[in-house]
Design a protein around this ligand. Structure first.
Ligand SMILES: NC(=O)c1ccc[n+]([C@@H]2O[C@H](COP(=O)([O-])OP(=O)(O)OC[C@H]3O[C@@H](n4cnc5c(N)ncnc54)[C@H](OP(=O)(O)O)[C@@H]3O)[C@@H](O)[C@H]2O)c1
Length: 297
């Protein structure tokens, strides 16, 4: 990393999360270069003062530290290992921060490839959704060397309000998948009980009033319950990406011979939502599958 002056930042992936995370680096006075598979999405960032790289390799060469936020393992494989991939621009001192939700094994594979070039990486999957990305209040789960974590902490604090070091490379991706398992169960609980309350003529507002006054209250029920009441399915986190994470979690569970029958059942409901055309809805859109099955719509 350049010493004495601010590092040059690169950002790969300007989707729902990345387009809200990347601008914080400009606002904090860092020189920023961006890359996105669909190049048109870079124009809004260029208008704000960012440079645009033609390839991930160019992005690496133009940056001291590259952050990445793309959809899934296939996207990270393309970003890093393609002919024009980021690994070909890595060199001693280069740093990479992976904020996408991917498998622990892929985090380790990228880490090994970058280490072979004398570079270093942190995995830093996030939670907090698009509001957290917008407000720089994401929670980051960190995996990798504690020294690299200490070195990059000032940059992590540009996009997040809290970071928790989970352990060696791969552990943060694993914890992130466990977190989305909690989300899956809470979501399914809200969706199923909303359908049942509806059929019993009990307003969801009343159910949530009791839940929020109880020992099992969670801000998540307020957030997603309000969206369900308003019929607001505008995407914060898509059903497509939640199913991606459920499948990644189930792969880990299979490898560890740990049964997850509840998650399998919930994944099937979420997959049904995709089959019915709701994959790009926010995850609370999964309720529509149950409403349909219950004859409510
Ligand atoms: N949304 C949330 O609330 C949330 C919260 C925590 C973590 N995450 C995680 O953050 C990551 C991004 O989520 P998001 O909601 O921002 O997703 P998104 O809106 O769907 O954006 C996906 C990004 O990945 C890029 N991409 C997809 N396939 C690619 C490929 N094969 N090669 C290169 N780039 C590719 C897309 O490029 P194009 O523009 O070309 O399509 C876009 O920039 C995911 O891993 C997600 O699980 C999301």
């Amino acid at each position: 990393m350049t010493s004495g002056s601010k590092p040059r930042i690169g950002f790969a992936g300007l989707g729902l999360m990345g387009i809200r995370m990347a601008p914080h680096f400009l606002e904090k006075g860092y020189a920023l270069t961006v890359w996105n598979r669909t190049p048109e999405k870079c124009e809004a960032m260029r208008a704000r003062g960012a440079s645009v790289a033609a390839t991930p390799k160019d992005l690496a060469e133009a940056s001291d530290v590259v952050f990445c936020c793309v959809s899934d393992p296939a996207a990270v494989e393309r970003l890093i290992f393609a002919e024009d991939g980021l690994v070909h621009g890595a060199r001693p001192g280069f740093r990479y921060v992976e904020t996408s939700t991917i498998s622990p094994d892929l985090a380790k594979k990228v880490d090994a490839a970058l280490s072979a070039k004398g570079a270093a990486m942190l995995e830093a999957p996030v939670t907090g959704s698009k509001n957290g990305a917008q407000n720089a209040s994401l929670l980051l789960m960190i995996g990798g060397s504690k020294d690299v974590y200490a070195e990059l902490l000032p940059l992590l604090q540009v996009i997040g309000s809290k970071a928790i070091h989970c352990g060696p490379m791969g552990s943060a991706s694993f914890v992130k998948l466990l977190g989305n398992t909690y989300i899956s169960f809470m979501l399914e609980a809200l969706a199923e009980t909303s359908v049942l309350a509806n059929k019993a003529d009990i307003p969801l507002e009343k159910v949530l009033e009791v839940v929020m006054a109880s020992g099992f209250a969670s801000p998540y029920y307020t957030f997603k319950g309000a969206a369900l009441i308003k019929r607001d399915f505008d995407q914060h986190f898509s059903i497509d990406l939640l199913v991606k994470d459920q499948n990644l979690m189930l792969q880990e569970a299979t490898a560890l011979a740990a049964p997850m029958p509840g998650l399998v059942a919930i994944r099937d409901v979420c997959q049904a939502a995709r089959d019915q055309g709701f994959g790009q809805d926010d995850i609370i859109g999964v309720a529509k599958v149950l409403e349909r099955a219950a004859g409510l719509t």
